[in-house]
Design a protein around this ligand. Sequence first.
Ligand SMILES: Nc1nc2c(ncn2[C@@H]2O[C@H](COP(=O)(O)OP(=O)(O)OP(=O)(O)O)[C@@H](O)[C@H]2O)c(=O)[nH]1
Ligand SMILES: [Mg+2]
Length: 351
Amino acid sequence: MTKTPPKPANKTKAKPRTATAKAKPAGKAKPAKAQSATPKPAATKLPPKPKAVPETRAGFVAIVGAPNAGKSTLLNRLVGQKISITSPKPQTTRMRITGVMTEGAVQIGFVDTPGIFAPKRRLDHAMVQAAWGALDSADAIILLVDASLRHDTKTDAIIAELQRQKRQVALVLNKVDTVQKSALLPLAARLHEAGIFDAVFMISAMDGDGVNDLKHYLGARMPKGPWFFGEDQLSDLPTQLLAAEITREQLFRQLQQELPYGATVVPEKWENRADGSATLHQSIVIERATHRPMVLGKGGARIKQIGEAARRDLERFLGHRVHLFLDVKCDEKWQDRPEFYRMFGLEFAKQ
Ligand SMILES: Nc1nc2c(ncn2[C@@H]2O[C@H](COP(=O)(O)OP(=O)(O)OP(=O)(O)O)[C@@H](O)[C@H]2O)c(=O)[nH]1
Ligand SMILES: [Mg+2]
């Protein structure tokens, strides 16, 4: 099984974590023994025992599921920091994003994926392909299901494909905070009939209920071996892209109907200033000129709100002040340009 090695340089690092391994205080020096008159033969000294180093485990867990199931919310919860953007609208995530959890001797790269649905546009195809592609290098797979949905045909279709691929999967019912407990067991039992699930968890990614059990279960299943990421690394995503994603999240949260689906955000320029702040320039790329006034809003009010919310989130994430400049560009063909796909690590399929 080939593993995707972590991508080089400019990875998203945590704000410095405090060192966990504290140096042991030096033991008190024992008083020297009085020398005896008849010297004894020197005792053969044993070499110092090597310190017990816990055996490390490392691996990748792919999180797949229908759009809006809560995959990105779960990723952020598992990693303990916001890495992947979330919104109440489906198809928010467009690429694979690895969030790194390092706890004790275990390191897991959780791979958030775009929701799986019946694709129509070229971008849809690339997103769905990115999701299925995550399974090939995974040591474990989570199928995340929105337990509040009565009939979820998208999840049924994903299960059918997982069956066809003969995958072993952990079934994770999410959003249990919104569902009567009595409704969960019949749902779990029905899905379990597929015969591909080796464990079932019931969680709330939003409030964290049940997430620790899931974490421990997965940790024990990771192969023994060296870690793939640095101890303080949080993601494989370059910081510039993550910053663009934070702005794109606001498009999904603040714009209505088809607008967010036809738009993307591109990082243009990043300058660190001497006072510790940074100036970021990003472009919001839209596919119809008629969308421009809707993104700008009356007297520029909408883009101002988008920029302010994104700047606040960026400052929280980066830990320093940010000056964010947003520009709106129209490019009717952006979804047909390979460079956009390359930027987000997506396959550009010929159509
Ligand atoms: N009540 C409740 N809402 C949740 C929970 N987990 C996620 N959500 C909400 O569900 C919506 C979708 O969450 P996301 O994490 O963006 O879902 P996703 O599966 O990544 O969606 P896509 O990227 O579009 O495939 C958001 O409004 C979340 O706040 C949960 O445990 N309980
Ligand atoms: Mg998502």
